[in-house]
Design a protein around this ligand. Sequence first.
Ligand code: HEC
Length: 114
Amino acid sequence: MRFLVLLTVLAASLLSCENKEEQGAAMPVKELVGVKGCPYCHDMRRELLGPSFTRISERYSVSDEDALVESLLKGSRGKWGDRGMPPQRLTEEEARLIVRWILGLRDVDSKPHR
Ligand code: HEC
């Protein structure tokens, strides 16, 4: 029982730690996305080889973060159409950072009546 409490405290402090690190990230997420070659297949609004980041943000919510991180690390196929996305060369932290950024686009773009 005590172990569980300790684990919970640890997890909580880890989480808050992570947030701080995010703010001090070496480069802005958008730049990271560019460096990693995502714009070759993804535009902010237009469909290219892959769906636009805006559409992805509209289809998923914060609770899908883990699933999207997995899509990036392991690749994805069949969720949007016939074209698949190969696994991306990212660390899990980078993938998570990018996924949070994508999911956040919805708030920025959301209009009152949609
Ligand atoms: C070679 C083209 C290509 C590249 C490069 C690429 N993607 Fe994709 N991406 C796709 C395609 C195609 C899909 C749709 C996959 C599907 O239908 O499951 C997709 C889907 C996604 C999804 C949604 C996954 C899901 O589970 O629905 C996310 C998020 C995403 N891409 C982010 C990125 C990011 C971030 C990068 C850069 C690190 C990237 N993509 C690079 C082609 C690409």
